[in-house]
Design a binder for this molecule. Structure first.
Ligand SMILES: Nc1nc2c(ncn2[C@@H]2O[C@H](COP(=O)(O)OP(=O)(O)OP(=O)(O)O)[C@@H](O)[C@H]2O)c(=O)[nH]1
Length: 210
């Protein structure tokens, strides 16, 4: 991440997942507090001003409909989104095993792209949506938790249809992580690492003069 990126006050969030998992439903819930049921197939970047931990922040959210050509984990269209993003929301449906399997592929694509541009760790939140459809559940909560633990991500199970607050937590959690990752990059070296570097220089000088 460059110095300029570290100073930016807005956060670019990309919402990814296979078709029908509720990417648009989550985004619209967060932006309007409403669940409208049908969302169409429109690709959009929404901007919204939010207050997280008492600080105002502009959040840009890129929500794209899934299609085999455009959003499969190895496509160039996906790569464009990966480059643009400061953080990701990866959505699966708890009723759709294939959508859960796709999350691991997306994690690999994110890692490959962001490593390529030199980032150490990109904030990611994994979301299991449609929690209200318990009778059709195909993916256990524990599987979501384990995947998130192994990838060092946050995890939420939510229902965009029934609950606004859990969706709010997803977006706020991600914005906080993006902020923290920027602060970590800007943070000056601690006193311990300065002492270590100075000692290393002196040690080298002593051995050079022998
Ligand atoms: N029961 C239930 N239905 C949901 C929930 N979230 C979304 N849906 C429904 O699932 C369908 C797909 O939702 P979308 O938000 O369009 O899904 P998407 O991931 O954006 O889909 P694509 O645009 O095809 O990529 C719609 O009929 C929604 O009403 C949920 O939490 N519970």
């Amino acid at each position: 991440m460059t110095g300029l990126t570290a100073l930016r006050m807005d956060a670019n969030i990309v919402v990814l997942g296979t078709d029908n998992v509720g990417k648009s439903a989550l985004t619209v819930r967060f932006l309007t507090r409403r669940f409208i049921g049908e969302y169409g197939e429109i690709e959009s970047i929404y901007s919204n001003s939010v207050i997280v931990d008492g600080r105002q922040q502009t959040v840009n959210i890129w929500d794209s409909p899934y299609s085999q050509e455009g959003m499969s984990p190895d496509s160039t269209t996906l790569e464009k989104r990966l480059q643009w993003a400061d953080g990701f929301i990866l959505v699966y449906s708890i009723c759709d095993r294939a959508s859960f399997n796709n999350i691991s592929k997306l994690l690999l694509s994110i890692k490959a792209t962001k490593d390529y541009v030199g980032l150490e760790k990109v904030p990611v939140v994994i979301v299991g949506n449609k929690q209200d459809l318990q009778h059709r559940r195909m993916v256990l909560s524990e599987e979501g938790w384990l995947l998130a633990l192994s990838a060092d991500c946050q995890f939420y199970e939510v229902s965009a249809a029934e609950n606004y607050h859990s969706i709010l937590m997803v977006f706020h959690g991600l914005v906080k992580s993006i902020r923290e990752s920027r602060l970590a990059i800007k943070k000056p070296a601690g006193i311990k690492s300065i002492v270590k570097s100075v000692s290393a220089v002196f040690a080298r000088r002593q051995t050079d003069s022998l």
